[in-house]
Design a protein around this ligand. Structure first.
Ligand SMILES: Cc1cc2nc3c(=O)[nH]c(=O)nc-3n(C[C@H](O)[C@H](O)[C@H](O)COP(=O)(O)OP(=O)(O)OC[C@H]3O[C@@H](n4cnc5c(N)ncnc54)[C@H](O)[C@@H]3O)c2cc1C
Length: 392
């Protein structure tokens, strides 16, 4: 006989735990089932790119063990469960642990780091340290390594470079882009970041790609660049960008762009199915950051408890970049917003740049060094500002 219907949440990451907490704050009675493909321990992903310098083992990165949070929040947890199919008409999940009938289904399956475009042989050499299972696999190799190559000089790649350099390792970062974090920050700030990290053992191979990887004993021989240069390293870590985990959404027949489009209440196009966190694309665009995951969880908790007055606000939120050697605080410009960076301060330990749209409204900013730590420098947005008289 089919058990009674529950609210079913797939995933036990930042968005899922925030949702369960908010639901329990609003309503203690609804039966909730959580499904994890692993043990279901809660770990906070931003900690993974700042863990080696703090000598944190995989166990240290468990923020709350599965048995602790599931008991605290009174959730029935199915750990190590795979989803085999979804009958969206009958509202039934077919899992490796049996059938689960849902009242409402929440997809909170997050995102993963992209596999760089290497040949099959080279792929087995790539480490992923951006979640608990990945970090557990990568940890012994990273710990033993004295020289690590990082694929990708975006925000996460720069955080890993900073972390590994502070842990005493040599680091080489590869990216076809001309400079670190090229899509997020102005050129001058990229240079400031690159120079600071270089003095701590980070080498930048920008405008270049890895062509091949060969195993030589316990080491890796990396071939890179159009003129085939070589480098021997002990480990290769991917930070080649995040992509949403949409395999389960696809089982439900949902459109993925590449994340799952949701409305301002986090509802997908399929009745009784919702999506939150990095797997969801709310109005305003896909932004794989904690602030959006937490806000989506609050909005959905309201929706599921009958409150339709809470909406997702798609305004971009500032991000703190955990490059401790040169901290940054950013509000990146929207992808299609025409405008220009205006450098306000560019000193050794301090950097302030503002991005103005064509109407002269402040749309984005990039702060580095001391300015990133000082809230007095965090400007109000959307106000027309006279650039000449504005002093950060
Ligand atoms: C290294 C790194 C550093 C970051 N630093 C920052 C930062 O400083 N600030 C910031 O705002 N954001 C940061 N982010 C982004 C941030 O971590 C994410 O936006 C946030 O974790 C999204 O929450 P989520 O619940 O959607 O995904 P996650 O927290 O990743 O949780 C996803 C959950 O889904 C589960 N899952 C996946 N597939 C399946 C499946 N098939 N079946 C069942 N379960 C599944 C996973 O096991 C996990 O439990 C960082 C990301 C990375 C990778």
């Amino acid at each position: 006989m089919m058990p009674s219907r529950t609210l079913c949440i797939i995933g036990t990451g930042v968005a899922a735990i925030a949702l369960m907490q908010e639901l329990r704050r609003r309503d203690t009675d609804t039966p909730i089932t959580a499904i994890a493909m692993d043990a279901g321990h809660y770990s906070y992903r931003p900690n993974f790119s700042a863990a080696m310098a703090r000598k944190l083992s995989p166990t240290d990165l468990i923020t709350e063990a599965a048995e602790v949070w599931s008991k605290r929040l009174e959730i029935e947890l199915h750990a190590f469960a795979g989803i085999l199919g979804i009958d969206v008409e009958a509202r039934i999940l077919r899992t490796t642990k049996g059938l689960i009938a849902y009242q409402d289904l929440v997809l909170a399956t997050g995102s993963r780091t992209r596999m760089p475009e290497f040949g099959i042989d080279a792929r087995s050499a790539i480490l992923f340290a951006d979640n608990l299972p990945g970090y557990s696999d990568a940890y012994p190799t990273l710990q033993a390594a004295s020289h690590v190559a990082i694929v990708g000089a975006g925000l996460v790649g720069c955080e890993f470079a900073d972390d590994l350099a502070r842990s005493g390792r040599r680091v080489t970062v590869f990216d076809p882009a001309p400079r670190p974090m090229a899509r997020l920050i102005p050129e001058q700030l990229s240079h400031r970041l690159a120079t600071t990290l270089s003095t701590h053992g980070v080498q930048w191979e920008m405008g270049t790609s890895i062509q091949n990887i060969e195993k030589i004993g316990s080491r890796r021989l990396v071939t890179f660049g159009s003129t085939e240069k070589f480098l021997q390293v002990d480990a290769i870590l991917s930070a080649a960008g995040l992509i949403p985990n949409t395999a389960i959404a696809e089982l439900a027949g949902l459109e993925c762009l590449p994340a799952v489009p949701v409305d301002a209440h986090m509802a997908t196009s399929c009745p009784n199915i919702y999506a939150i966190g990095d797997v969801a694309q709310p109005p305003g665009g896909w932004r794989p950051f904690v602030a959006g995951a937490q806000q989506g969880a609050k909005v959905l908790a309201a929706r599921l408890t009958g409150d339709r007055n809470v909406h997702f606000d798609g305004t971009p939120k500032p991000i703190s970049v955990k490059t401790r050697l040169f901290p940054m605080r950013l509000l990146p410009p929207g992808v299609n917003v025409p405008g220009q960076w205006h450098i306000v301060v560019d000193r050794f330990d301090d950097f302030v740049a503002h991005f103005f749209d064509k109407q002269g409204h402040l749309q984005a900013y990039a702060l580095g060094g001391n300015a990133a730590k000082n809230p007095d420098h965090w400007p109000p947005l959307g106000e027309p500002i006279n650039r000449e008289s504005y002093h950060a």
